[in-house]
Design a protein around this ligand. Structure first.
Ligand code: P5A
Length: 452
């Protein structure tokens, strides 16, 4: 993309309504624009990051054997009356009446709708296990929408639902989600710690929230500092292997890590004092096992191997896709702007032309641009007639992990400068070397699964 032809409305001033860094930087970098309280337009740069996150989520869900689909945002109230949640959900649910006076709602979640789909089409245990998911906009009329996309009213969620014959199978689905979620967050450059939590309006006893530690997080958390040393890393996990998924689950959840809702001072005190931590965190996902809560209420049964009809065991699993952008920026920024992790960056590198209009410099930038595109990389080329300082400031704000600086002085020696946004370190490389270096850096971040 050439910056002269892009739509990147960066702001010089710090918007006064933004209280935290991620909100400020998303506004300043021209990623979002508030449409009304807690509702945002996703401008091209923000939209690009959102799509990148969606892709990672799809890839990791498909890898785990879960099946993508798409349900509507608007739902009929009838299903919610069946489950008993229409009244229970309260003022957070946006209720709408259509022209025929039918009660509708903007879905805050989809347990009812998916259970209805399941009961309409599945009747035998032979069709189980089954996990369906989608990535769709949700609406929750939060009392205090704030911090930009972190606590929105309209927000993008990946929500998945598992249907299993037995509790044991459903717990395997729970563990599988835990592993897939850990992989997802790690690919986004985040450490999200699974913590025992409260199930709230979704219901059930078994639930973990995934929290990214950050001072600006809305949740208060308590944990054994040893949990922050565990990583999934490049381990190859067989998602069908019950024991393997269970082992990862235990490794990640046996140390003390809880949100304030489930915090137990007595149990916490058994953790060695030097490892006890209380901190704040951003909730980027939650997984639930709620047994037959919805299948009982809505008659979602299958015929078991013995011919008897039994309600299916279910769980649901959510990732806050739009909130994640805020969480990633909270964890990756400095005073000059965002610092995207390679896995989610909207463009792979910036190209800064120090002397726009100089034939040789322009030609070198064009050569680099074409060579990077040929490698499957997306550069953002600042080809505007601006002074160098302004170009650097924009690149720093937008936060691409790598910048190529091209000017007549370097070109005399056949080199350009490759600079890391994170460390500020620069190296001089020939054009070919710079392109191969970037291809090498991004090789581990390429996707390998076909997704929708
Ligand atoms: C699980 C999927 C559920 O709704 N039903 C389907 C279950 N869980 S949840 O924890 O309530 O939400 C899942 C994730 O969505 C994000 N989230 C939000 N993001 C931005 N703004 C909001 N107002 C908001 N509310 C929830 C969180 O990341 C949460 O973990």
């Amino acid at each position: 993309m050439r910056l002269s032809r892009y739509f990147l409305p960066v702001l010089k001033e710090t918007p006064s309504e933004a209280q935290i860094a991620s909100h400020r930087l998303m506004l300043r970098a021209g990623m979002i624009k508030q449409a009304s309280a807690g509702i945002y337009s996703w401008l091209p740069l923000g939209f690009k990051v959102l799509r990148k996150l969606e892709n990672i989520v799809h890839e990791e869900q498909i890898r785990a054997g879960h099946i993508p689909m798409l349900m509507p945002t608007l739902q009929s109230a009838d299903l919610w009356k069946e489950s008993g949640r229409y009244d229970a959900y309260g003022p957070e649910m946006l209720r709408i009446r259509d022209r025929h006076d039918r009660d509708m709602l903007f879905g805050p979640t989809n347990e009812e709708m998916i259970t209805d789909i399941f009961r309409s089409h599945v009747s035998s245990y032979k069709d189980l296990p089954l996990t369906l998911y989608h990535i769709q906009w949700k609406f929750r009329d939060e009392v205090r929408p704030r911090f930009g996309v972190m606590r929105g009213r309209e927000f993008l969620m990946k929500d998945g639902y598992n249907f299993d014959l037995t509790k044991e199978d459903a717990l395997h689905a729970y563990n599988r989600h835990l592993v897939a979620y850990l992989r997802t967050y790690e690919r986004m450059g985040l450490q999200a710690i699974p913590m025992r939590a409260d199930s709230g309006p979704i219901g059930g006893d078994d639930t973990h929230e995934f929290l990214v530690l950050a001072d600006t997080g809305e949740s208060e958390v308590f944990y054994d500092s040893a949990v922050t040393d565990i990583r999934l890393g490049a381990r190859d996990i067989d998602y069908d292997n019950v024991d393997q998924c269970q082992a990862v689950m235990e490794e990640f959840t046996s140390l003390y890590a809880r949100t304030d809702e489930t915090h137990d001072e007595a149990v916490f005190n058994a953790v060695p004092e030097e490892r006890r931590r209380s901190a704040r965190g951003i909730e980027v996902g939650q997984i639930f096992y709620f047994g037959t809560k919805y299948s009982d209420a809505m008659g979602a049964t299958v015929q078991g191997p013995d011919g008897k009809s039994v309600p299916v065991h279910m769980g649901s699993h959510g990732i806050g896709v739009s909130r994640l952008i805020g969480a990633i920026i909270e964890a990756n920024h400095d005073e000059n702007g965002i610092i995207w992790p390679e896995g989610v960056t909207p463009f792979h590198c910036g190209i800064v032309n120090l002397k726009q209009g100089d034939a040789e410099t322009d030609a070198a930038c064009e050569t680099l641009y074409a060579a990077l595109v040929k490698q499957g990389l997306e550069p953002l080329y600042d080809d505007r007639n601006e002074r160098a300082g302004g170009k650097f400031a924009t690149m720093d704000l937008v936060g691409l992990p790598w910048r190529l600086t091209v000017g007549p002085r370097g070109l005399k020696n056949g080199v350009v400068e490759l600079t890391s946004r994170r460390t500020g370190e620069s190296t001089e490389l020939s054009l070919d070397e710079a392109v191969s270096k970037l291809a090498e850096i991004y090789a581990p971040h390429r996707s390998d699964i076909a997704h929708p």
